[in-house]
Write a protein that binds this ligand. Structure first.
Ligand code: ADP
Length: 637
């Protein structure tokens, strides 16, 4: 029967912790990717919102700047045209060499310039030669200058209003030029030009907090609140544009190099995010780069690009802060998720353990009942086995006793011839002596008859002793152990083989240490063993020239050793090996049964002793009975 507790546990109990699987790794990867994506999106959208806000603000500011510029300039739009209303101007263009007219027009222009708060007003003929100018008094006067190469002059001479920003060729002062043809009766006589200084606007911008720039249609920045970017370009100039600018001397000898953008990204609505490394930006260190957003407004008809710069640092910082915040929030929720998951797992674990416990508990009762009934069955079968065993033991015991008895009877049978002889002799003597007694009584020899009868009585007593001894030997022995006198037991045994000792001429010797020795055994059985050993010794010496049987009784610690030695041939190795085997005999059939030593060995073992055999150095065989020493009269059960 086997305990099957393991098989009764619910299958779910066997589910161990799953190893780190590929699916789990993928799930973790997805969580991480999702985390990063969310953080990126938060960053992106926050930056986008901030940029949108900046863009909206920038667009408003641009409107303000554009309208203030337009307000400043549009009042000059019609000023050149109005000059043709002056008759002196017309006459001067008809007769340019009249000094009086030149002086009159100069004064008129000077006055007009002062009133209009422009930089200069001048009149040129159809060849572009300037004949009168508001700045006629100064040494940088425009009088005599040829302006035909200037685009505004060319436009005006073509009949369209000339509009042009450029650096003055005479005094190198930048200004915005308004030019218009002077007509009489529909015929162009020359052109009038008004130059307006718009640098004052730039001064106001520099003082303000905003960063604004004004670039021409080619992208050349000519007005800016960032001084270092003045006369820089938004992009490298095409070669033909560079050549044109050199030819028109629009920016005189300025180099017009592009602003070094580290990156440039278009946002739509004319907005761009640019990154620059330029100390020109206020607050930027020489080697740092900063991102700014540029917003563009094209101002028609002048074709100028109005650019508003917004610093993206703030937008970036708020995007970063939002990203960090989202990191923290996501991290918190992730932790919360793990915590809740852990808790749920722990709870599920607990629940499973509880279920298993309940299952085990439910099973336990069944198992206990099953086991109890199994145990009961076992106990029953064991008790049956025990009963059978004890019966068998009892039978064995009985059989053994029968065997011992049979052995004993066998010994008696073997000795029957000598016993018969032993009894026949006194019987013959008895018959003779009783006959003699009758004769003596008849003859009246009473004394002799009396002696004769006394001898008869002695012989009868002796015969009684022999039969008594036989009776004692033949009786069934008890199994209780007592304190037995070893010399007495030896004498009793010897009595049964005495006749053979005499007939076979065997020298017998016995040595007992001390007066008497007692051992724990049963006398009748010990005598049976001794008779066996003596008979075997006598049998072995049958063909020997010298026949000696010696019995030595010694003590060794708490043991008594009885050694029976003979002068026979001793024990061969083969015989020694099988000596105590039942039915082993070397004697002829009908003589030996092969049970003597087997029974003797068992009897000795029942005494708690040992029977062993060896060949002593002096020759022959030696059998030693080892018994537990006992005190006299001691009785053991
Ligand atoms: P049995 O005497 O009927 O043969 P035993 O069991 O008494 O049976 O003896 C078994 C054998 O042991 C004997 O046949 C004999 O060969 C051998 N044996 C016993 N005693 C002696 C002895 N003293 N010397 C030599 N052989 C012996």
């Amino acid at each position: 029967m086997t305990m099957n507790t393991g098989s009764k546990i619910a299958p779910r109990a066997r589910q161990g912790a799953a190893p780190w699987s590929g699916r789990q790794s993928m799930a973790w990867g997805a969580v991480l990717a999702g985390f990063l994506l969310v953080v990126y999106l938060v960053y992106f959208w926050t930056e986008r919102l901030a940029i949108d806000k900046l863009q909206a603000g920038g667009a408003q500011r641009l409107e303000v700047y554009v309208s203030s510029l337009e307000n400043a300039l549009e009042k000059y739009d019609f000023l050149p045209k109005t000059l043709e209303l002056n008759k002196d101007v017309i006459r001067l263009l008809q007769t340019p060499d009249d000094p009086a007219l030149v002086a009159a027009v100069n004064q008129y222009l000077e006055q007009m310039n002062a009133q209009a708060k422009s930089t200069a007003i001048y009149i040129s003929d159809l060849n572009g030669i300037t004949h009168a100018a508001s700045n006629w008094r100064g040494k940088d006067s425009f009088i005599g200058d040829n302006v035909s190469f200037r685009p505004y002059a060319q436009d005006a001479l073509r009949g369209t209003p000339g509009r042009f920003y450029g650096v003055g060729t005479t005094n190198l002062e930048p200004g915005y030029f308004f030019a218009h043809g002077i007509y009489q009766d529909g015929k162009m006589l020359g052109l009038a030009t008004v130059k307006v200084n718009i640098e004052s606007l730039e001064k106001r911008w520099v003082q303000g907090a905003d960063k604004v720039m004004l670039a021409d249609e080619h992208g050349v920045i000519f007005l800016t609140s960032v001084p270092a970017w003045k006369y820089r370009t938004l992009a490298p100039l095409a070669p033909e544009v560079g050549a044109l600018l050199t030819q028109t001397r629009q920016y005189y000898s300025h180099k017009l190099e592009p602003i070094p953008f580290l990156s440039d990204r278009r946002l739509g609505n004319g907005a761009r995010v640019i990154t620059v490394r330029d100390q020109a930006l206020p607050g930027a260190a020489a080697k740092t780069s900063s991102s700014v957003m540029t917003q563009l407004q094209l101002k028609s008809p002048r074709n100028w690009q109005f650019i508003y710069l917004s610093d993206l640092l703030q937008a970036r910082s708020s995007a970063q802060a939002a990203a960090v915040f989202s990191c923290v929030v996501l991290g918190f929720f992730l932790l919360l998720f793990f915590y809740v998951r852990q808790r749920r797992q722990a709870l599920a674990h607990k629940l499973r353990a509880k279920e298993q416990l309940q299952y085990a508990y439910d099973n336990l009762e069944t198992m206990v009942a099953e086991r109890t009934s199994e145990l009961n069955a076992m106990t029953q079968s064991l008790s049956q086995e025990i009963a059978v065993r004890s019966q068998a033991e009892h039978k064995l015991h009985l059989t053994q006793n029968e065997l011992f008895q049979a052995g004993k009877m066998a010994v008696l049978g073997q000795m029957s011839a000598s016993i018969t002889h032993e009894l026949n002799q006194p019987l013959t003597a008895l018959r003779t002596m009783s006959d003699n007694a009758v004769i003596l009584l008849e003859r009246g020899r009473l004394d002799d008859a009396k002696n004769n009868l006394a001898t008869i009585s002695q012989i009868a007593a002796r015969m009684g002793a022999i039969t008594g001894q036989l009776k004692v030997f033949a009786r069934k022995s008890t199994t209780s152990l007592t304190s037995v006198s070893i010399p007495t037991a030896i004498s009793n045994a010897l009595f049964l083989v005495e006749r053979r000792l005499q007939v076979e001429n065997v020298h017998f010797a016995m040595h007992v240490c001390g007066d008497d020795v007692f051992a724990l055994c049963e006398s009748n059985r010990l005598e049976q063993v001794l008779v066996n050993l003596f008979a075997n010794a006598l049998d072995s010496m049958a063909g020997a020239s010298r026949r000696a049987l010696t019995v030595d009784v010694t003590r060794q610690d708490d043991k008594v050793l009885i050694c029976v030695s003979d002068s026979g041939p001793g024990l061969s190795d083969e015989v020694r090996e099988r000596l105590f085997e039942p039915f082993f005999t070397t004697k002829p059939q009908g003589v030996g049964l092969g049970l003597g030593l087997a029974i003797s060995e068992q009897i000795t073992r029942q005494f708690g002793g040992i029977l062993r055999a060896d060949n002593p150095p002096g020759g022959g065989a030696r059998f030693t009975i080892e018994l537990q020493i006992a005190q006299q009269e001691e009785k053991h059960v």
